[in-house]
Write a new protein. Sequence first.
Lengths: 119, 583
Amino acid sequence: MRTTVLIVDDHPGFRSCLRTLLEADGFAVVAEAGDGAEGLRMARRHAPEVVIVDVGLPDISGFDVARALAGERAGPCVVLVSSRDAVDYGGLVAESGACGFMPKSEITGDAIERMMSRR
Amino acid sequence: MRRDLRTALIGLAVAGAAFAAVCLALILTSDHQSPTDPDVVFLAGNIGFIETGLLTWWRRPDNRFGALMAATGFAGLLNHLTASNEAAVFTLGLFVANLVAPVAAHMLLAFPSGQLRPAEMRIVALFWAVATVLSWPALLFTASGPARRGPWPENLALVTPNDAVVTTFGILRGVVAGAGVIAALAVLVGRWRRAEGLQRRAMAPVLTIGVLTGLVWGVLVTVDGVDPESGAVPVLQWVMVVYALIPVAFVLGLVRGRMFGAGAVRLVVAGLGDAAGPGGLRDRLAVALGDPTLTLAYWLPDQGRYVDTAGRPVELPAPGSGRAVTPVETEGRVVAALVHDVSLAAADADTVRAAGGAVALALENERLDAELRANIAELAASRARIIEAADAARRRIERDLHDGAQQRLVAVALSLRMARGRIRDDPATAAELLDAAGAELDQALAELRELARGIHPAVLTDRGLGPALAALAGRSPVPVELDADIDGGLPAPVEAAAYFVAAEALTNVARYARATHARICVARVAGAARIEVRDDGVGGADPDAGSGLRGLADRVAALDGRLEVVSPPGGGTIVRAVIPCGS
């Protein structure tokens, strides 16, 4: 049974690249979303096990998406990603209720599975 | 023009005198009116109105009050036609006898500006109703009136005598006239109360007599309206006396106004020593001219605008706003403007000008202070805008890096990682991934070059303004002709400012101008760099609408230069900067 994933990012090129990478690592990408509101809708519709959310979305921030999903029963593991470093965001990641943060350039299937296992 | 007016006024004076002589003859030969009647007093009052009105008209042709006074006198003379023994003239007199009331009401309500506001127009309309539609129908049923010596001549308009109709119209007339009088009195009293100090003293005689006339006339019309046979002759005598006093009161008002003017100027000059500090001069002028709402605006010729004492921009009031503007000049130059209530200008524009002239030198000093404050304020605002623009530029660069090159480099990193995982098992896919990564790197490089060029073009540093402008022109989607005449080069900050003026102007040409052609001219003229970008597009550019040109204006101003945008609708746009090159 493959782990289901939702990708929320406003850059289509990155979404496409990440889908290829995750599917090659054995994940099932069930949906993609270009902004926070669509991401929340997709998360509720598909109930993925992992939601990979870009911090800088055009409507609401990735922290808001993580906070909204963390407040739901049996919510997914939210992985915040960004092309910036974690230190740029201070304590915001911990306060958001996300499983963790990962720089975009370091995303791998193994890293996501490790983050899920620490949950 | 002045001669034409003089001829017309002399003609009116002669006509008035002739008409008055005819009226006097009618009164003296009247079978039904006595020379001892109030009509003689009324006649004297009307002559006074005509002559005083024409004199005022001559002295103040810009103010309609004189014309209104003369019109009141002429309308009053029409009343005397009722003294005629001839039935036709007498009947005509009955119909026009009361026209003096609305004209006089108009005159009093328009004092001193000569103009009516909408509410005052409605009051005057009430008086017109009394004099026409509420008077004329009754005359069709009136056989005789309150004759004071003998019976009336025949009323040729009589249809049939009917006292009930006459009484009904009389009551209506009384009610409407009463309402009109009360409303007019409220306006006059309110105006007098709002007037201040010396101005109030100048207005007092006319307004007092005007109020008194209104009161007595109101009583007369009301009593007469209720009972046309009441024969209210004693009341009528009083109303005629106060009516005749109005021109006298107006002359008195003029004299007091002149005294007010001289007093106001004396008061301002005497208080100059106490008017130190910002706002001191304004306070002295406000007290002296009796207008607490008076404000001062100082003219800054270099900036082409008015400012207040603190150097803040001031918009002068538009005509019809209830405020008037009196410019103050010294040696033929405007130094300031007095902004005051319009009634002050109407009452005595000469006094306001004289008071302004008396303090022109002191105003010039305050103007210099205001100019200094305006320059300091502009400098502070400009610095704030430059800091804000620099912050915005940094945010934009960060955003561009994040959204552009950074995203592409992330994609490259992911592609390389995926390629590494496949290079042994699936070398074809790995090669595709490496190709994609290479393409992403090329795009990232192009974006970084564009970004670096926006921060500071390397060609400008390496080869100077001419080649940098040539490169700029070459990248423009609109054909650009370059005319650069800057042998010897320019200081680096001047070159950078000139380059960014051209870059911003060409960006706007490409985005908004719908132009087919543009031209860049840059030259060194009299120790300054002069750069001009003009296009043949739609024009109508507003330099204050966007941050681009304003930011450039600040940048140019920081080098003591000046940026100018000329962009008439449909006439293309010229962006021109002149920047001193220093020693």
